[in-house]
Design a protein around this ligand. Structure first.
Ligand code: SF4
Length: 762
């Protein structure tokens, strides 16, 4: 299938590997040969026979070769010396040091003294994703943080409340849709987010060719908007008012038709009452869109036989992120488009999906606020606290203060608000361990860095994104390269995490990992299979580590062989025997089976969201300031902070530029290409100006994840084009209080020519 214009390397024997670099999870065909220095990659292209991605890849996929060969990528543990330099040590030395330093801190200061922070890349690594929860349980610390509260937590929370599980997130069924309305997302660049849809452009083109329509609502005329039928430049942060205006229209014009779902919903009357105060004329100014547009969007959504309204990161990282996420699903439900072909539908993954386990149709639902952060009293959600609380939990003395931190595949110094404060906080830790391939802006503070193997040295099964995919599938990837041998060879991530878990559990640095894993697997079997556990244990395939857990999940999953009960069903062996993947068909209707709410119905009016609506009403009554607003943006050659060191992606024109509408530039007397200073009460950064009439006037844009100019990192390529860290302008206290998610978009800033102000970013 056709791809983009990315140059491809040519060469030898094929391997098939799911690309681990973004949510699209494309199947890659990788060829290798043996050069003078050993095995090397000679070719990476989209795997044409992959039933899911059908040959697609983007420029980042090709960069896996650069990642594998990157001289800055760590191959063995590193210890930070008193002068700040890192020196290599053996795995045994690393774990002995951890055993000497970590347990005493827990004994002295309690379980909360050790914080944990995990980043997005972990969801692409089965070893990390499967074994991280065990470490978190062993630590028993309330101080657990992740990138979710810089990204998708609002959607997971609203779905948890509505459908009963955090991972029951519906995705557009694009191949059967007549109308797709996209709000605050740019899938032409991202290939989906909380929606795994490789080659979105190709699918969108095919949809439009058969008469379908795409409407994009975004403050910038994004790459997706440029390929769409309509674009509406909303005011940043205006989403909630657009969505409420649409909701009002549906009720006022008697267009509410939930169809088949009418028998499965609670809360319709509450929604009707709530909508009365939000006529499009009242919402228009705050949405930044004419009332006629708001009304027409509601009518279009209601009238289309098969349609989906999809919103993503721009809708989540706002003050009303959870309300936005909720209303998007509400609008789909009220127009009959949820769980319906061509609308928003729920994928059914072959393994690890909680919404396929047990008896469907009813459950415990989700619980939040079981504990709170110590300093800001932010509630726990999904077992974690807001990432923006991390710095204050390290800095503030008292019971429960963080004295040690373990970071796993994350770089919050660049990805969280106010990285400067976090930098100072990390410098004060008694002990810090990072599982990471790089010495980056965050891990430079670690006392020890434990690197993973390269993705090409590791096997993988897509555990997370199969639950968010445009089509159901099961795909396994074997290692492409040998992992190496000997005491300094890379260690599988599951082994690193299990070794840390053993140390935390007081078993020392040399515990028998296989025996520990056996015990954990037997306990899981006991929970899920009861009396049959002893009989089933020897039947589990996979040898060691996550492969055995995968076999168990596949065989007991919705397409599994049930350990012989359905001989035609999936097993690890069958999935491994199909390295290009197994197609499990188009999305199917799953309500009520998917529901896990205590009522067994879809909850349209979660109480916490109705309560937060008071703040929306208050915001609607506040006049708008005429401020310049800063938004982020996504680039095909970048994904968060960690791909800027790969030469094939770094080459070309400067990408960390300040996009500004020419009218705004003229008002500030700025020329294209000059440096400008953006500042606000939180900080100040210098950025290169790029004119763009794709920007809504009054809105400027900087991409996120840049700022590679800090001392002590080892990112030689990234340092040549460091860009600026837009998060220095963000306020760590500014978050959606419902989900704890940081406000990352629509942030007020002032703009001036750089010559008027000091030159450093701070
Ligand atoms: S879109 Fe690009 S980075 Fe994402 S999975 Fe596909 S090839 Fe990899």
């Amino acid at each position: 299938m056709a791809i983009d214009a990315t140059p491809r390397l040519e060469g030898g024997a094929p391997h098939y590997r799911i690309c681990p670099l973004c949510e699209a999870s494309c199947g890659l065909e990788i060829r290798t040969d043996t050069g003078p220095q050993g095995p090397r990659v000679v070719s990476i292209r989209g795997a044409e026979q992959d039933p899911f991605s059908q040959g697609y890849l983007c420029p980042k996929g090709v960069a896996l070769k650069d990642l594998h060969e990157d001289p800055d990528r760590l191959r063995q543990p590193m210890r930070r010396q008193p002068d700040g330099r890192f020196t290599p040590i053996s795995w045994a030395e690393a774990f002995e040091e951890i055993d000497r330093r970590l347990p005493p801190l827990r004994r002295a200061f309690g379980a909360d003294a050790v914080g944990l922070s995990i980043g997005n890349p972990a969801s692409h690594k089965i070893g990390l994703f499967s074994y991280f929860p065990g470490l978190a349980r062993a630590l028993g610390s309330r101080n657990m943080f992740s990138a979710s509260t810089l990204d998708q937590m609002p959607k997971q929370l609203s779905c948890g409340w509505m459908y009963g599980h955090w991972m029951s997130v519906p995705v557009p069924d694009l191949p059967r849709s007549d109308l797709l309305i996209i709000l605050g997302a740019n899938p032409a660049v991202s290939n989906g987010s909380l929606w795994t849809v490789p080659d979105f452009r190709g699918k969108a083109k095919a949809m439009r060719a058969r008469g379908g329509r795409i409407i994009v609502i975004d403050p910038r005329r994004t790459e997706t908007a440029q390929a769409a039928d309509e674009h509406h430049a909303i005011r940043p942060g205006g989403d909630v008012f657009l969505l409420l205006g649409m909701l009002h229209t549906l009720f006022a014009e008697d267009r509410v038709r939930p169809g088949r779902l009418a028998d499965h919903i609670n809360g319709l009357d509450e929604l009707r009452a709530l909508a009365t105060g939000f006529a499009p004329e009242r919402c228009a100014t705050h949405a930044g869109l004419p009332a006629t547009t708001i009304r027409q969007l509601a009518r279009d959504l209601a009238a289309a036989p098969r349609a989906a309204l999809y919103g993503r990161v721009g809708t989540c990282t706002q003050r009303f992120g959870t309300i936005n996420s909720w209303l998007i699903d509400v609008l789909n439900i009220l127009t009959g488009h949820l769980d319906s072909p061509g609308g928003l539908m729920f994928p059914k993954a072959a393994a690890f999906a909680a919404n396929t386990l047990g008896r469907g149709g009813q459950g415990k639902g989700v619980t939040v606020g079981r504990r709170h952060s110590r300093v800001s009293r932010a509630p726990e959600i999904m077992g974690e606290l807001p990432m923006s609380c991390l710095a204050e939990e390290i800095e503030t003395p008292g019971d429960g203060q963080i004295h040690a931190l373990i970071t796993v595949a994350c770089n919050p110094v660049l990805s969280a608000p106010n990285g400067a404060r976090l930098t100072r906080a990390l410098e004060g830790l008694d002990f810090m361990i990072s599982l990471d391939p790089y010495i980056n802006e965050t891990t430079r503070h670690a006392h020890l860095i434990l690197p993973p193997p390269s993705p090409l040295e590791d096997w993988h099964y897509d555990q997370v994104f199969a639950q968010l995919s445009w089509r159901n599938h099961a795909r396994w990837s074997g290692p492409v390269m040998p992992i190496g041998e000997g005491p300094e060879a890379p260690q599988a991530e599951w082994q690193t995490l299990l070794r840390l878990t053993a140390i935390v559990n007081g078993l020392g640095p040399r515990a028998d990992l296989q025996a520990l894993d056996d015990l954990a697997l037997q306990a899981e079997l006991q929970r899920s299979a009861g009396d049959r556990a002893e009989q089933l244990f020897p039947m589990i395939d996979g040898g060691a580590g996550p492969a055995r857990w995968l076999d168990l999940a596949l065989r007991s999953g919705p397409y599994g062989d049930g350990f012989g009960a359905r001989p035609e069903g999936l097993t690890l062996a069958k999935v491994r025997a199909a390295p290009q993947g197994i197609d499990l068909g188009e999305l199917t209707s799953r309500v009520p089976e998917i529901l896990r709410t205590p009522s067994g119905r879809i909850e349209l009016a979660p109480p916490a969201l109705l309560e937060d609506m008071q703040a929306v009403t208050a915001a609607l009554h506040r006049p708008l300031d005429n401020e310049l607003l800063l938004i982020g943006r996504r680039d095909t050659r970048s994904n968060n902070s960690w791909m800027h060191n790969l030469p094939v992606l770094a080459k070309g024109k400067e990408r960390c530029t300040l996009l500004i509408h020419p009218e705004d530039a003229a008002r500030a007397s700025l020329e294209a290409g000059q440096m400008a200073r953006l500042s606000n009460a939180r900080g100040s950064v210098l950025a290169q100006v790029e004119f763009s009439d794709a920007m809504r006037p009054g809105v400027v844009s900087l991409p996120h994840g840049w700022g590679h100019d800090l001392a002590g990192t080892r990112l030689q390529v990234a340092a040549l084009q460091p860009g600026v860290n837009m998060n220095l302008l963000l306020d760590e206290d500014d978050r959606d209080p419902v989900s704890g998610t940081s406000v990352l978009t629509g942030v007020p800033v002032r703009l001036s020519g750089a010559e008027n102000v000091p030159t450093a970013n701070h």
